[in-house]
Design a binder for this molecule. Structure first.
Ligand code: NDP
Length: 249
Protein backbone atom coordinates (compact mmCIF):
# COMPACT_ATOMS: atom_id res chain seq x y z
CA UNK A 1 0.00 0.00 0.00
CA UNK A 2 2.81 2.41 0.86
CA UNK A 3 5.51 1.44 -1.62
CA UNK A 4 7.69 4.44 -2.44
CA UNK A 5 6.79 6.28 0.74
CA UNK A 6 9.41 7.38 3.24
CA UNK A 7 8.04 7.65 6.78
CA UNK A 8 9.51 9.04 9.98
CA UNK A 9 8.01 7.97 13.30
CA UNK A 10 9.14 9.84 16.39
CA UNK A 11 9.11 7.83 19.60
CA UNK A 12 9.39 4.72 17.44
CA UNK A 13 11.58 2.78 19.88
CA UNK A 14 8.72 1.42 21.98
CA UNK A 15 5.02 1.56 22.68
CA UNK A 16 2.59 2.79 20.05
CA UNK A 17 5.36 4.32 17.92
CA UNK A 18 7.11 0.98 17.47
CA UNK A 19 3.88 -0.66 16.32
CA UNK A 20 3.16 2.20 13.91
CA UNK A 21 6.67 1.91 12.45
CA UNK A 22 6.30 -1.85 12.04
CA UNK A 23 2.89 -1.51 10.37
CA UNK A 24 4.07 1.19 7.94
CA UNK A 25 7.05 -0.99 7.03
CA UNK A 26 4.76 -4.01 6.60
CA UNK A 27 2.88 -1.90 4.05
CA UNK A 28 6.19 -1.36 2.20
CA UNK A 29 7.09 2.16 3.37
CA UNK A 30 10.75 2.79 4.13
CA UNK A 31 10.73 3.80 7.80
CA UNK A 32 12.98 5.81 10.08
CA UNK A 33 12.42 5.82 13.83
CA UNK A 34 13.57 8.66 16.01
CA UNK A 35 13.80 8.70 19.80
CA UNK A 36 16.19 9.19 22.66
CA UNK A 37 17.25 5.63 23.34
CA UNK A 38 19.56 4.05 20.83
CA UNK A 39 19.09 0.45 21.98
CA UNK A 40 15.29 0.41 21.77
CA UNK A 41 15.32 2.18 18.39
CA UNK A 42 17.75 -0.45 17.13
CA UNK A 43 15.34 -3.17 18.34
CA UNK A 44 12.55 -1.65 16.27
CA UNK A 45 14.81 -1.45 13.23
CA UNK A 46 15.93 -5.06 13.69
CA UNK A 47 12.34 -6.27 13.95
CA UNK A 48 11.43 -4.50 10.70
CA UNK A 49 14.50 -5.75 8.85
CA UNK A 50 13.85 -9.30 10.09
CA UNK A 51 10.48 -9.08 8.30
CA UNK A 52 12.14 -7.89 5.10
CA UNK A 53 11.38 -4.21 5.56
CA UNK A 54 13.56 -1.13 5.18
CA UNK A 55 14.33 0.79 8.35
CA UNK A 56 16.92 2.91 10.09
CA UNK A 57 17.08 4.92 13.26
CA UNK A 58 18.38 8.25 14.46
CA UNK A 59 18.77 8.91 18.17
CA UNK A 60 17.86 12.40 19.31
CA UNK A 61 15.61 14.34 21.63
CA UNK A 62 12.70 15.86 19.70
CA UNK A 63 13.00 19.07 21.71
CA UNK A 64 16.54 19.66 20.45
CA UNK A 65 15.87 21.64 17.26
CA UNK A 66 19.34 21.32 15.74
CA UNK A 67 19.70 17.61 16.51
CA UNK A 68 16.20 16.87 15.22
CA UNK A 69 16.80 18.74 11.97
CA UNK A 70 20.11 16.91 11.50
CA UNK A 71 18.39 13.57 12.16
CA UNK A 72 15.63 14.32 9.63
CA UNK A 73 18.17 15.48 7.06
CA UNK A 74 20.15 12.26 7.57
CA UNK A 75 16.99 10.19 7.04
CA UNK A 76 16.22 12.09 3.84
CA UNK A 77 19.79 11.55 2.66
CA UNK A 78 19.59 7.78 3.19
CA UNK A 79 15.99 6.92 2.34
CA UNK A 80 14.97 9.76 0.03
CA UNK A 81 12.52 12.65 0.43
CA UNK A 82 10.14 12.24 3.37
CA UNK A 83 6.49 11.70 2.47
CA UNK A 84 5.08 10.95 5.94
CA UNK A 85 5.85 12.33 9.39
CA UNK A 86 4.24 10.70 12.42
CA UNK A 87 4.71 12.88 15.49
CA UNK A 88 4.21 10.21 18.13
CA UNK A 89 6.87 10.88 20.80
CA UNK A 90 5.22 12.06 23.97
CA UNK A 91 5.34 12.06 27.73
CA UNK A 92 2.64 12.07 30.36
CA UNK A 93 2.36 14.17 33.46
CA UNK A 94 1.30 13.12 36.86
CA UNK A 95 0.06 15.10 39.76
CA UNK A 96 -1.90 18.15 40.69
CA UNK A 97 -0.77 21.44 39.26
CA UNK A 98 0.43 22.79 42.59
CA UNK A 99 2.66 19.77 43.19
CA UNK A 100 4.43 20.12 39.86
CA UNK A 101 7.39 22.36 39.37
CA UNK A 102 6.47 24.79 36.55
CA UNK A 103 9.53 23.63 34.60
CA UNK A 104 8.38 20.01 34.87
CA UNK A 105 4.89 21.09 33.71
CA UNK A 106 6.38 23.00 30.79
CA UNK A 107 8.58 20.05 29.80
CA UNK A 108 5.39 18.23 28.82
CA UNK A 109 4.59 21.10 26.44
CA UNK A 110 8.13 20.97 25.10
CA UNK A 111 7.97 17.28 24.19
CA UNK A 112 4.30 16.97 23.20
CA UNK A 113 3.88 20.27 21.37
CA UNK A 114 7.23 21.81 20.54
CA UNK A 115 8.59 18.45 19.35
CA UNK A 116 5.85 18.07 16.71
CA UNK A 117 6.19 21.74 15.79
CA UNK A 118 9.95 21.42 15.24
CA UNK A 119 9.63 18.22 13.21
CA UNK A 120 6.79 19.66 11.10
CA UNK A 121 8.73 22.87 10.53
CA UNK A 122 11.77 20.90 9.41
CA UNK A 123 9.98 18.62 6.93
CA UNK A 124 7.44 21.01 5.42
CA UNK A 125 9.73 22.93 3.03
CA UNK A 126 10.66 19.70 1.23
CA UNK A 127 7.08 18.45 1.18
CA UNK A 128 5.78 21.81 -0.09
CA UNK A 129 8.42 21.90 -2.83
CA UNK A 130 7.34 18.44 -4.04
CA UNK A 131 3.61 19.01 -3.43
CA UNK A 132 3.45 15.74 -1.54
CA UNK A 133 3.38 14.89 2.15
CA UNK A 134 1.28 13.96 5.15
CA UNK A 135 1.70 14.70 8.80
CA UNK A 136 0.03 12.63 11.50
CA UNK A 137 0.08 13.95 15.05
CA UNK A 138 -0.62 11.44 17.79
CA UNK A 139 -2.96 13.33 20.06
CA UNK A 140 -5.30 12.00 22.73
CA UNK A 141 -8.84 12.11 23.95
CA UNK A 142 -7.23 14.15 26.76
CA UNK A 143 -7.06 16.97 24.23
CA UNK A 144 -10.83 17.25 24.50
CA UNK A 145 -11.25 16.96 28.24
CA UNK A 146 -9.14 17.16 31.37
CA UNK A 147 -9.22 15.26 34.66
CA UNK A 148 -7.30 15.65 37.92
CA UNK A 149 -3.52 15.57 37.56
CA UNK A 150 -3.57 15.95 33.79
CA UNK A 151 -3.39 19.70 33.22
CA UNK A 152 -0.01 19.67 31.47
CA UNK A 153 -0.72 16.60 29.31
CA UNK A 154 -4.20 17.76 28.41
CA UNK A 155 -3.05 21.29 27.59
CA UNK A 156 -0.32 19.94 25.33
CA UNK A 157 -2.73 17.67 23.46
CA UNK A 158 -5.35 20.40 23.05
CA UNK A 159 -2.65 22.63 21.59
CA UNK A 160 -1.50 19.77 19.36
CA UNK A 161 -5.03 19.54 17.96
CA UNK A 162 -4.97 23.26 17.13
CA UNK A 163 -1.48 22.87 15.62
CA UNK A 164 -2.86 20.07 13.44
CA UNK A 165 -5.81 22.17 12.27
CA UNK A 166 -3.55 25.15 11.58
CA UNK A 167 -1.03 23.03 9.70
CA UNK A 168 -3.79 21.48 7.59
CA UNK A 169 -5.15 24.92 6.74
CA UNK A 170 -1.70 26.26 5.85
CA UNK A 171 -0.78 23.38 3.53
CA UNK A 172 -4.15 22.62 1.94
CA UNK A 173 -3.51 24.65 -1.21
CA UNK A 174 -0.24 22.81 -1.76
CA UNK A 175 -2.01 19.43 -1.72
CA UNK A 176 -0.58 18.33 1.64
CA UNK A 177 -2.57 17.08 4.60
CA UNK A 178 -2.31 16.84 8.38
CA UNK A 179 -4.27 14.71 10.81
CA UNK A 180 -4.47 14.15 14.54
CA UNK A 181 -5.25 10.67 15.79
CA UNK A 182 -6.39 9.56 19.20
CA UNK A 183 -5.35 5.99 20.01
CA UNK A 184 -7.71 5.39 22.95
CA UNK A 185 -6.10 3.83 26.03
CA UNK A 186 -3.17 1.57 25.16
CA UNK A 187 -1.22 -0.67 27.57
CA UNK A 188 2.21 0.85 27.03
CA UNK A 189 4.65 2.26 29.59
CA UNK A 190 2.66 5.49 29.51
CA UNK A 191 -0.65 3.66 29.76
CA UNK A 192 0.52 1.64 32.78
CA UNK A 193 1.80 4.82 34.46
CA UNK A 194 -1.55 6.54 33.94
CA UNK A 195 -3.40 3.50 35.29
CA UNK A 196 -1.27 3.67 38.46
CA UNK A 197 -2.03 7.36 38.88
CA UNK A 198 -5.77 6.71 38.61
CA UNK A 199 -5.52 3.86 41.15
CA UNK A 200 -3.70 6.15 43.59
CA UNK A 201 -6.23 8.97 43.11
CA UNK A 202 -9.50 7.11 43.21
CA UNK A 203 -10.20 4.15 45.51
CA UNK A 204 -13.30 3.32 43.42
CA UNK A 205 -11.30 3.05 40.18
CA UNK A 206 -11.72 -0.49 38.87
CA UNK A 207 -9.33 -0.25 35.95
CA UNK A 208 -9.74 1.24 32.51
CA UNK A 209 -13.14 0.79 30.90
CA UNK A 210 -12.81 -1.86 28.17
CA UNK A 211 -14.55 0.45 25.69
CA UNK A 212 -11.52 2.74 25.84
CA UNK A 213 -8.75 0.15 25.65
CA UNK A 214 -7.28 -0.49 22.23
CA UNK A 215 -4.30 -2.51 21.02
CA UNK A 216 -1.48 -0.42 19.54
CA UNK A 217 -2.20 -2.19 16.24
CA UNK A 218 -5.47 -0.25 15.99
CA UNK A 219 -3.58 3.07 16.02
CA UNK A 220 -1.02 1.67 13.59
CA UNK A 221 -3.69 0.55 11.11
CA UNK A 222 -5.32 3.97 11.27
CA UNK A 223 -1.97 5.64 10.54
CA UNK A 224 -1.37 3.32 7.67
CA UNK A 225 -4.76 4.09 6.10
CA UNK A 226 -4.26 7.83 6.53
CA UNK A 227 -0.84 7.48 4.89
CA UNK A 228 -2.41 6.11 1.70
CA UNK A 229 -4.23 9.39 1.07
CA UNK A 230 -7.67 7.79 1.01
CA UNK A 231 -8.76 10.07 3.86
CA UNK A 232 -7.13 13.28 2.72
CA UNK A 233 -10.43 15.09 2.62
CA UNK A 234 -10.53 14.69 6.43
CA UNK A 235 -7.31 16.71 6.72
CA UNK A 236 -7.30 18.87 9.85
CA UNK A 237 -9.57 16.52 11.78
CA UNK A 238 -8.88 14.39 14.84
CA UNK A 239 -9.70 10.75 14.20
CA UNK A 240 -10.16 8.32 17.08
CA UNK A 241 -9.30 4.68 16.53
CA UNK A 242 -12.90 3.87 17.45
CA UNK A 243 -14.25 6.09 14.66
CA UNK A 244 -15.58 4.36 11.61
CA UNK A 245 -13.29 5.78 8.95
CA UNK A 246 -15.27 4.20 6.12
CA UNK A 247 -18.40 5.88 7.40
CA UNK A 248 -16.58 9.22 7.78
CA UNK A 249 -15.44 9.03 4.20
P1 NDP B 1 5.52 5.33 25.72
O1 NDP B 1 5.81 5.98 27.02
O2 NDP B 1 5.36 3.85 25.67
O3 NDP B 1 6.61 5.75 24.63
C1 NDP B 1 6.94 7.10 24.46
C2 NDP B 1 7.86 7.23 23.29
O4 NDP B 1 8.17 8.62 23.11
C3 NDP B 1 9.18 6.52 23.52
O5 NDP B 1 9.60 5.91 22.31
C4 NDP B 1 10.12 7.65 23.90
O6 NDP B 1 11.47 7.43 23.53
C5 NDP B 1 9.59 8.79 23.08
N1 NDP B 1 9.98 10.08 23.66
C6 NDP B 1 9.58 10.62 24.83
N2 NDP B 1 10.17 11.80 25.01
C7 NDP B 1 10.98 12.00 23.95
C8 NDP B 1 11.87 13.03 23.56
N3 NDP B 1 12.05 14.13 24.33
N4 NDP B 1 12.55 12.92 22.40
C9 NDP B 1 12.37 11.82 21.62
N5 NDP B 1 11.55 10.81 21.92
C10 NDP B 1 10.87 10.90 23.09
O7 NDP B 1 4.18 6.07 25.19
P2 NDP B 1 3.01 5.55 24.25
O8 NDP B 1 3.54 4.66 23.22
O9 NDP B 1 1.91 5.11 25.11
O10 NDP B 1 2.55 6.96 23.63
C11 NDP B 1 2.88 7.35 22.30
C12 NDP B 1 2.02 8.55 21.98
O11 NDP B 1 0.64 8.19 22.09
C13 NDP B 1 2.22 9.73 22.92
O12 NDP B 1 2.20 10.93 22.19
C14 NDP B 1 1.02 9.65 23.84
O13 NDP B 1 0.67 10.91 24.37
C15 NDP B 1 -0.04 9.13 22.91
N6 NDP B 1 -1.15 8.47 23.56
C16 NDP B 1 -0.95 7.36 24.35
C17 NDP B 1 -2.03 6.74 24.97
C18 NDP B 1 -1.88 5.52 25.81
O14 NDP B 1 -2.88 5.10 26.43
N7 NDP B 1 -0.73 4.89 25.90
C19 NDP B 1 -3.38 7.26 24.82
C20 NDP B 1 -3.49 8.43 23.96
C21 NDP B 1 -2.40 8.99 23.37
P3 NDP B 1 12.54 6.76 24.55
O15 NDP B 1 12.24 5.30 24.54
O16 NDP B 1 13.84 7.08 23.93
O17 NDP B 1 12.30 7.39 25.88
Amino acid sequence: MLKGQVAVVTGGGRGIGRTIAQELAAQDAAVAVIGRTDASLQETVNSIRASGGTALHQACDVTDAAALRAALDAVGGELGPLTLLVNNAGIGSGGPLWEMDPDEWWRVMEVNLRGPLLATHAVLPGMLARGEGRIINVASYAGNSVGPGSSAYSTSKTALLRLTEGTAADVADAGLSAFAISPGFVWTDMGREYDQILRAQDPDYQGMDDDWVFPPEAAACLCSRLATGEADRLSGRMIHVRDDLDHML
